[in-house]
Design a protein around this ligand. Structure first.
Ligand code: 4NP
Length: 148
Protein backbone atom coordinates (compact mmCIF):
# COMPACT_ATOMS: atom_id res chain seq x y z
CA UNK A 1 0.00 0.00 0.00
CA UNK A 2 1.39 3.40 -1.02
CA UNK A 3 -0.25 6.42 0.57
CA UNK A 4 0.36 10.07 -0.32
CA UNK A 5 -0.52 12.90 2.09
CA UNK A 6 -1.21 16.26 0.41
CA UNK A 7 -1.66 19.82 1.66
CA UNK A 8 -0.86 23.24 0.22
CA UNK A 9 2.77 23.89 1.14
CA UNK A 10 3.92 20.39 2.22
CA UNK A 11 5.61 21.97 5.23
CA UNK A 12 2.93 21.81 7.97
CA UNK A 13 -0.06 19.43 7.74
CA UNK A 14 0.98 16.78 5.24
CA UNK A 15 4.46 16.31 6.75
CA UNK A 16 2.75 15.67 10.10
CA UNK A 17 0.34 13.17 8.53
CA UNK A 18 3.24 11.59 6.63
CA UNK A 19 5.44 11.21 9.71
CA UNK A 20 2.70 10.08 12.07
CA UNK A 21 1.14 7.49 9.76
CA UNK A 22 4.54 6.18 8.72
CA UNK A 23 5.51 5.65 12.36
CA UNK A 24 2.20 4.02 13.29
CA UNK A 25 2.30 1.74 10.25
CA UNK A 26 5.82 0.62 11.14
CA UNK A 27 4.78 0.02 14.75
CA UNK A 28 1.87 -2.10 13.50
CA UNK A 29 4.16 -4.02 11.14
CA UNK A 30 2.20 -2.81 8.13
CA UNK A 31 4.27 -2.80 5.00
CA UNK A 32 3.07 0.63 3.89
CA UNK A 33 4.93 3.38 2.11
CA UNK A 34 3.76 6.80 3.27
CA UNK A 35 4.95 10.02 1.60
CA UNK A 36 3.71 13.59 1.09
CA UNK A 37 3.53 16.50 -1.34
CA UNK A 38 2.05 19.99 -1.69
CA UNK A 39 -0.22 21.45 -4.35
CA UNK A 40 1.95 24.59 -4.21
CA UNK A 41 5.64 24.63 -5.10
CA UNK A 42 6.95 27.53 -2.96
CA UNK A 43 8.67 25.34 -0.39
CA UNK A 44 10.02 22.53 -2.56
CA UNK A 45 13.22 21.09 -1.11
CA UNK A 46 12.68 22.69 2.29
CA UNK A 47 12.39 20.91 5.63
CA UNK A 48 8.99 21.11 7.36
CA UNK A 49 8.05 24.32 9.19
CA UNK A 50 9.96 24.55 12.49
CA UNK A 51 6.63 24.62 14.39
CA UNK A 52 5.54 21.37 12.74
CA UNK A 53 8.92 19.79 13.54
CA UNK A 54 8.60 20.96 17.16
CA UNK A 55 5.06 19.71 17.75
CA UNK A 56 5.90 16.34 16.20
CA UNK A 57 9.03 16.06 18.33
CA UNK A 58 6.98 16.88 21.45
CA UNK A 59 4.90 13.76 20.76
CA UNK A 60 7.78 11.53 19.73
CA UNK A 61 7.69 11.79 15.94
CA UNK A 62 10.73 12.97 13.97
CA UNK A 63 9.77 14.73 10.73
CA UNK A 64 12.93 16.83 10.45
CA UNK A 65 14.39 14.73 7.63
CA UNK A 66 11.47 15.32 5.28
CA UNK A 67 11.81 17.64 2.28
CA UNK A 68 8.89 19.34 0.56
CA UNK A 69 7.77 18.09 -2.85
CA UNK A 70 5.31 19.47 -5.38
CA UNK A 71 2.33 17.30 -6.32
CA UNK A 72 2.89 15.78 -9.76
CA UNK A 73 0.09 14.16 -11.82
CA UNK A 74 2.30 11.08 -12.22
CA UNK A 75 1.63 10.48 -8.51
CA UNK A 76 -1.82 9.17 -9.46
CA UNK A 77 -0.05 6.11 -10.84
CA UNK A 78 2.46 5.83 -8.02
CA UNK A 79 0.06 5.84 -5.05
CA UNK A 80 -2.96 3.73 -4.10
CA UNK A 81 -4.50 6.40 -1.91
CA UNK A 82 -4.14 10.19 -1.90
CA UNK A 83 -5.28 11.86 1.32
CA UNK A 84 -5.87 15.62 1.09
CA UNK A 85 -6.17 17.92 4.10
CA UNK A 86 -8.80 20.42 2.93
CA UNK A 87 -11.33 21.11 0.17
CA UNK A 88 -9.02 23.37 -1.81
CA UNK A 89 -6.40 20.59 -1.85
CA UNK A 90 -9.15 18.23 -2.99
CA UNK A 91 -10.15 20.50 -5.86
CA UNK A 92 -6.53 21.17 -6.88
CA UNK A 93 -5.56 17.49 -6.93
CA UNK A 94 -8.78 16.33 -8.62
CA UNK A 95 -8.28 18.95 -11.34
CA UNK A 96 -5.13 17.06 -12.37
CA UNK A 97 -6.81 13.66 -12.61
CA UNK A 98 -7.20 12.20 -16.07
CA UNK A 99 -9.65 9.40 -15.36
CA UNK A 100 -12.12 7.98 -12.86
CA UNK A 101 -9.45 5.70 -11.40
CA UNK A 102 -7.33 8.73 -10.49
CA UNK A 103 -10.30 10.54 -8.94
CA UNK A 104 -11.26 7.53 -6.85
CA UNK A 105 -7.88 7.59 -5.13
CA UNK A 106 -8.41 11.10 -3.73
CA UNK A 107 -10.01 11.30 -0.28
CA UNK A 108 -10.41 14.03 2.29
CA UNK A 109 -8.19 12.76 5.11
CA UNK A 110 -10.82 13.52 7.78
CA UNK A 111 -13.77 12.26 5.76
CA UNK A 112 -16.30 15.08 5.89
CA UNK A 113 -14.10 17.47 7.83
CA UNK A 114 -10.94 19.42 7.01
CA UNK A 115 -7.58 19.90 8.72
CA UNK A 116 -7.25 23.69 9.21
CA UNK A 117 -4.14 25.37 7.86
CA UNK A 118 -1.96 26.26 10.88
CA UNK A 119 0.57 28.29 8.89
CA UNK A 120 -0.69 31.68 10.10
CA UNK A 121 -1.69 30.59 13.62
CA UNK A 122 0.91 29.15 16.00
CA UNK A 123 -1.84 27.96 18.34
CA UNK A 124 -3.23 25.58 15.75
CA UNK A 125 -0.22 23.27 15.62
CA UNK A 126 -1.15 21.31 18.74
CA UNK A 127 -4.83 20.71 17.82
CA UNK A 128 -3.83 19.97 14.23
CA UNK A 129 -1.33 17.38 15.49
CA UNK A 130 -4.06 15.80 17.65
CA UNK A 131 -6.64 15.57 14.89
CA UNK A 132 -4.12 14.10 12.46
CA UNK A 133 -2.82 11.66 15.07
CA UNK A 134 -6.32 10.45 15.91
CA UNK A 135 -7.23 9.95 12.27
CA UNK A 136 -3.96 8.10 11.62
CA UNK A 137 -4.88 5.66 14.37
CA UNK A 138 -8.23 5.06 12.63
CA UNK A 139 -6.53 4.59 9.27
CA UNK A 140 -4.24 1.97 10.83
CA UNK A 141 -7.26 0.16 12.30
CA UNK A 142 -9.06 0.29 8.94
CA UNK A 143 -5.85 -0.88 7.31
CA UNK A 144 -5.36 -3.86 9.56
CA UNK A 145 -8.98 -4.85 8.88
CA UNK A 146 -9.39 -4.21 5.18
CA UNK A 147 -6.97 -1.98 3.34
CA UNK A 148 -3.85 -4.15 3.26
P1 4NP B 1 0.57 23.51 4.80
O1 4NP B 1 0.65 25.00 5.32
O2 4NP B 1 -0.28 23.52 3.54
O3 4NP B 1 -0.10 22.75 5.91
O4 4NP B 1 1.99 23.06 4.54
C1 4NP B 1 1.07 26.07 4.53
C2 4NP B 1 2.41 26.27 4.30
C3 4NP B 1 2.82 27.35 3.54
C4 4NP B 1 1.89 28.22 3.03
C5 4NP B 1 0.55 28.01 3.25
C6 4NP B 1 0.14 26.93 4.00
N1 4NP B 1 2.33 29.34 2.29
O5 4NP B 1 1.47 30.16 1.93
O6 4NP B 1 3.53 29.46 2.00
Amino acid sequence: MKILMVCLGNICRSPLAHGILKQKAANSRLNWIVESAGTGDWHVGQAPDRRAIAIAKKYGVDISGQRARHFDPKFFNEYDLIFVMDRQNYADVCAQAINEGDLNKVKLFLGDDVVPDPYFDDNLFDPVFQMIDQRCTEVITEGTNTLV
